[in-house]
Design a protein around this ligand. Structure first.
Ligand SMILES: *[C@@H]1O[C@H](CO)[C@@H](O)[C@H](O)[C@H]1NC(C)=O
Ligand SMILES: *[C@@H]1O[C@H](CO)[C@@H](O)[C@H](O)[C@H]1NC(C)=O
Ligand SMILES: CC(=O)N[C@H]1CO[C@H](CO)[C@@H](O)[C@@H]1O
Length: 679
């Protein structure tokens, strides 16, 4: 059917320019026919949905949006991190009202400094099997042993040797460009190694040809029922990977660029872009042929998605013909040319990917196609490998404007070692609010942005409010070395000494409760992430609205969420046997009264705390248990914003370091709290 159509179109193409208006009408009729055809095709769509949401899409990318609240948290807590520290300039945190059995511990802790005193004893890791946390406890045991070893190494100073493997005297270590022919590329097993990573202005040129569609048999991509035609798929993946970032596990995908020529569940060609860390995909950016909306943020002034003709049957020739006609007839002065989807089976293309100030830009055959904003935690210098996989024949790859010396990784670039940003010593008296910020070892820029923005609030400066970052050990030793220095300098990092891992974020949450309840004896304990912007005064006001003797749990509360049982983000019945989660506040910002924080720590120490990999869901569970003995006020507010920012927010999430600074600026200058939507 398609064939005959396109041959008609071929004829159209050869129209001579002095065609009569009547003939032009026939072009319009053809367009209408094409439209009807489309409508017919559309009717088949319900059938696609029936076979399952992920029928055609590559499985990891078919994320359901509603999952995001739990997943987001994981996605953001990048993974690896630190050990224990205590801030050096903290005076001994004696708390008169808790001087009973904790007094001794506290003295010990003060001596040890930077490390969380959350006690992981051997027994913690052998829970009863019944609540589904067995696997999590097993991996916590391993992570704990590994982390402890790393921390001890770090304290012995041995690790430093490792970090001096940097380039000697600036000699040129890396080539400024790399080029590979198609066969060389194959011989390198589809990987171009970029030993020094990328830098601002680096660009990659790829000449390739998408292969014809094949019948997809991988059940993860296409579920085929008996008697149905196999699904035809043609897609390829271009990825920037962090080959050397983490030892012994899948490298992070710093950029995943995935054109699906035959479309996926939408049945339209689509380009998906995403990032993936420790097998956790971020939220996909899909370009489906519509130009990004005018109010959507741009990337270096470019739109994220360009428009293309969305019909599957090739209209491009036709549109070029009408375009010429219109010009000749002089009816339209300003004509928009519509281009087809940039990739076609068997058609050679030249793609250029360049690293801009705010994101990656992709041009194909000279036209801008997509721009993907950088995501926090994924750095250009970590992009040490380019891979190409899928239905593509690579003819040539050329990478240029590369950095020639190993950037190692340069936290100095992000950290401003100025006394101005150091944390205040811990006050002697109990504080109103303790804010525990989940962070990851390599999030130097994120932490610095928090220090320079909302941590400058006068309430924090005057020590009514104490804020600390909670970080675990990172897989890269250099990161840990730098982290230790950072913690010693700023005095605002608490190291939870296990090997960081998405599934164990919940341990940091327990450590936050421990610190809030015991170290600073805070009336309220708040948990947030290092990309959360907190309006400290607003948050404290919310907490103070509750009657003093009530227990409370304040945040953006989910009441009826159910675990997803299939797909990439599946929660197994072993992990979570119940049908639904208990009511829980989204992870990027919630507050607890002190009695709940105390309860959590002591239950943890009694090995009575059920642990689940999503820290916010776990918290909901613990608070509910507390509620069975003493009633808890659950206070829900959307101003603890889960997705970005709203006017008059209490907390805003997903804020890049630049946005943090911008929000702080606005807060200083304006009466109404406003958002900063740029990236
Ligand atoms: C710097 O490079 C020169 C030669 O390139 C080498 O002889 C010298 O040892 C290097 N210096 C250091 C400190 O590595
Ligand atoms: C808390 O406990 C009260 C009764 O003690 C109960 O009515 C309420 O539903 C509980 N809240 C939650 C969220 O479980
Ligand atoms: C460093 C420190 O204070 N460690 C203490 C933490 O708490 C346990 C008891 O839970 C003590 O045994 C440790 O000495």
């Amino acid at each position: 059917m398609k064939k005959s159509k396109s041959s008609k179109l071929d004829k159209l193409d050869r129209f001579d320019m002095f065609i009569s208006l009547a003939k032009q009408r026939s072009v319009q009729i053809l367009i209408i026919i094409g439209f009807l055809y489309l409508v017919l095709v559309t009717f088949e769509i319900p059938f696609v949905f029936r076979t399952g949401f992920s029928t055609l899409s590559q499985e990891p990318l078919a994320r359901l949006p509603r999952l995001a609240s739990e997943v987001d948290v994981q996605e953001k807590e990048a993974p690896s991190r630190p050990l224990n520290w205590v801030s050096q300039n903290s005076p001994s945190p004696t708390r008169f009202q808790y001087q009973n059995q904790h007094q001794h511990q506290q003295q010990l802790r003060t001596q040890s400094g930077i490390v969380s005193n959350l006690s992981f004893d051997a027994k913690s890791f052998y829970p009863s099997d019944k609540d589904g946390s067995l696997e999590l406890h097993k991996s916590a045991k391993v992570a704990w042993e590994l982390g402890r070893k790393l921390w001890e190494e770090l304290q012995s100073g041995k690790v430093k040797i490792d970090s001096t493997k940097k380039p000697k005297n600036g000699s040129e270590l890396c080539p400024s460009s790399v080029s590979l022919s198609g066969s060389e590329f194959l011989a390198h097993r589809n990987v171009v190694v970029l030993p020094c990573g990328l830098t601002l202005g680096s660009h990659i040129t790829l000449v390739g040809k998408p292969r014809g569609a094949h019948a997809e048999t991988n059940p993860r991509i296409a579920l085929i029922k008996d008697g149905e035609d196999p699904v035809m798929v043609s897609q390829f993946m271009m990825e920037l990977q962090g080959l050397r970032t983490v030892d012994g596990e899948e490298p992070p995908r710093i950029l995943h660029f995935n054109p699906r020529l035959k479309g996926d569940w939408s049945r339209k060609p689509v380009i998906e872009q995403n990032t993936c860390y420790r097998m956790q995909w971020g939220s996909a950016m899909r370009c489906e042929g519509w130009k990004s909306k005018a109010d959507d943020e741009t990337v270096d002034g470019q739109v994220k998605c360009e428009k293309w003709i969305r019909d599957d049957d090739d209209h491009s020739e036709e549109s070029k013909a009408t375009w010429w006609l219109k010009r000749l007839i002089g009816r339209t002065k300003k004509v928009n040319v519509d281009w087809p989807f940039p990739f076609a089976e068997g058609k050679l293309f030249v793609l250029t990917l360049s690293a801009g100030l705010e994101g990656y830009h992709v041009n194909v055959d000279g036209r801008h196609i997509t721009s993907f904003p950088y995501r926090t935690g994924y750095t250009l210098e970590d992009a040490t490998g380019l891979t190409l996989n899928g239905d593509i024949d690579v003819h040539y790859v050329f990478v240029a404007s590369l950095p020639t010396s190993n950037p190692s990784f340069a936290p100095q670039r992000h950290l401003e070692m100025s006394n101005r940003w150091k944390a205040q010593p811990l006050p002697e008296q109990p504080v109103d609010l303790f804010i525990g910020i989940l962070s990851a070892g390599n999030h130097f820029a994120e932490r610095m942005a928090v220090r320079k923005s909302w941590m400058q609030h006068e309430l924090v400066k005057s020590s009514n409010v104490v804020a600390r970052f909670f970080v675990a050990m990172h897989a890269r030793r250099e990161v840990n070395v730098e982290l230790k220095k950072e913690a010693e300098f700023f005095g605002d990092i608490v190291i939870v000494p296990y090997m960081d891992n998405y599934d164990l974020v919940v341990l940091k949450t327990v450590a936050i409760c421990e610190y809030g309840a015991r170290v600073v004896a805070a009336k309220f304990t708040m948990k947030c992430d290092d990309d959360t912007f907190v309006r400290v005064d607003a948050v404290i006001n919310e907490a103070k609205k509750v009657n003093e003797d009530r227990s409370f749990y304040i945040g953006n509360i989910n009441y009826y969420h159910k675990p997803l049982r299939s797909g990439k983000w599946a929660v197994t019945y072993e992990e979570w046997p119940e049908e639904a989660y208990r009511p829980y506040a989204n992870g990027p910002g919630y507050i607890l009264s002190s009695d709940i924080a105390h309860f959590i720590v002591s239950e943890f120490e009694r090995h009575n705390l059920r642990l689940f990999k999503m820290e916010d869901v776990s918290m909901g569970l613990w608070v509910e248990r507390f509620n069975s003995s003493k009633p808890v006020d659950y206070l829900h507010s959307l101003k603890f914003c889960q997705f970005g920012c709203v006017e008059d927010y209490y907390t805003a999430h997903y804020q890049s370091p630049r946005q943090m600074m911008c929000m702080w600026d606005k807060l200083q200058r304006q009466t109404r709290p406003q958002c900063c939507d740029m990236r």
